[in-house]
Design a protein around this ligand. Structure first.
Ligand code: ADP
Length: 451
């Protein structure tokens, strides 16, 4: 089976069991080696004590050597002087220990007798004699062997337990994922208010569910905005269509003079004009939101830009006998897309002209009040905007006074487009206004350093 085909639970269990097997094997081998080393060092210590006892007895009371086996339990030793054996125990002879390799004054060594028994043998030498002794190490080997068997049987048992425990634990740990998947499967575009269960928001799964829930909230908001946008757009499109239809129906009732038909066609064309502007604005916003408008970035003289926008709209201000002035103290430059920024500024200035009463004053100022910042201010003496509406007027189709705005040809999209145009250029729009005392819209961009 390929690794990728295994479930996370199975993979976790296998990894866990694999690592545990390695650890248990290393641990068992370590125990065996440690116990073996301890046993042999104890044995060698006992052997060196026996050698010392035999040596002392041989030097001080050689006649007592035969008593060593019954009284001291030292049964395997031999004392030689040159090639003459001075004393050799009966067991030493019986076991054939004389054949064991016996180098003088070296560390104890193990030797296997022909009958299968194992001995630890050492020889120490004085100038005129040498003493050799041995200890049976067969019981020690049995003990080590028993330990090895116990460990060898215990390791598979421990691994089996680890696999079972790991599988159970992995199942428990991963169960929130299953619950999340079940819940997520039920969430559709119609039930975006549903949320994934979050048992513990601080653990990894809790954080995943929280992030997913936040994404769902954003999706729901986008869906809601889209739904509202579609409803508003349909409503806006229906109004001029209804107007055209009723004007047309009234015109068709009875015969009229040519002048009357011209009036009907004129008012229909006005509605067509409104429809065209609406569709153009919707198209701009939709393309802006989908990121399909490619922005250029050049250094623009904001004073020049403001002057040219003001000139373009001056005719509208003159129609209302408004005074429209542009003030630029010093050249202020910013890096932006001039066509897009122009669109935003045009909407702000158009609004100022639209909402300022006849003979009112409109002022466009270009400043760099704060270091590194460039600003274009559009100030009017119109009705101003109450605090409650200040944030909302930038939303699509939001109008403070829908009736008045429509009368003035407003679509409720101008400020939404203006905000996008400024933000797309890395800036922001600020609004200062007081009801009844006019408004000041400020486009803030970062100033360009190069000329
Ligand atoms: P509209 O096409 O209705 O002007 P906008 O998005 O341009 O739509 O503006 C939204 C609302 O903000 C307008 O309906 C109007 O009530 C208000 N508004 C915008 N500019 C001004 C202004 N300069 N003075 C007063 N009110 C304004």
């Amino acid at each position: 089976m390929k690794g990728g085909a295994l479930s996370v639970r199975a993979r976790l269990t296998l990894w866990h069991a694999g690592v545990l097997t390695l650890v248990v094997c290393l641990f068992a081998a370590g125990i065996l080696l440690f116990v073996k080393a301890r046993f042999y060092s104890e044995l060698d210590l006992q052997l060196s004590r026996e050698l010392a006892t035999v040596d002392r007895i041989y030097r001080e009371e050689p006649g007592e050597l035969p008593d060593l086996a019954p009284h001291w339990g030292i049964a395997l030793f031999q004392v030689t002087e040159g090639s003459n054996v001075r004393h050799s125990t009966e067991a030493w002879e019986r076991e054939g220990l004389a054949r064991a390799p016996q180098d003088d004054n070296v560390a104890p060594a193990s030797w296997s007798a022909p009958d299968g028994r194992h001995y630890r043998v050492q020889r120490i030498s004085a100038p005129s004699y040498s003493v050799a002794a041995a200890i049976d190490e067969t019981p020690l080997r049995h003990t080590l062997w028993t330990l090895a068997v116990i460990l060898a049987m215990g390791v598979p048992f421990a691994i089996g337990l680890a696999i079972a425990g790991g599988y159970f634990l992995a199942g428990r740990v991963l169960s929130p994922i299953g619950a999340m998947a079940d819940k997520a499967r039920l969430i559709t575009a119609e039930s975006l208010d549903e949320r994934l269960p979050v048992d513990n928001p601080r653990d990894e799964f809790g954080r995943l569910a929280t992030v997913f829930n936040e994404t769902l909230s954003r999706l729901r908001d986008s869906f809601e905005r889209l739904r509202r946008f579609t409803a508003d757009a349909s409503h806006e499109l229906r109004t001029p269509l209804t107007a055209m239809r009723s004007v047309g129906e009234v015109a068709l009732q009875g015969t009229r003079e040519a002048g009357a038909y011209r009036d009907v066609i004129g008012s229909m064309l006005e509605e067509v004009d409104r429809l065209t502007r609406l569709v153009d604005s919707l198209l701009t916003l939709t393309r802006a939101e989908s990121g399909r408008i490619a922005l250029t970035s050049v250094v623009v003289d904001l004073g020049e830009l403001a002057g040219s926008v003001a000139e373009q709209l001056r005719i509208l201000a003159e129609e209302k006998q408004q005074s429209l002035s542009v003030h630029t103290a010093a050249p202020v430059k910013a890096r932006c897309d001039p066509a897009i920024l122009r669109l935003g500024l045009m909407n702000l200035l158009h609004n100022a002209i639209k909402y300022t009463p006849n003979k009112g004053e409109i002022r466009v100022g270009v400043t760099s009040a704060l270091p590194g910042q460039a600003a274009i201010e559009v100030q009017d003496v119109g009705p101003g905007i109450a605090a409650a509406h200040r944030q909302k007027i930038f939303e699509r189709f939001y109008r403070v006074d829908a009736g008045r705005s429509s009368d003035m040809g407003g679509l409720g999209l101008g400020l939404a487009i203006a905000r996008w145009a400024v933000e797309a250029n890395g800036g922001r729009i600020e609004l200062e206004s007081e009801e009844g005392k006019g408004s000041l819209f400020r486009i803030v961009l970062s100033a360009a350093t190069e000329s």
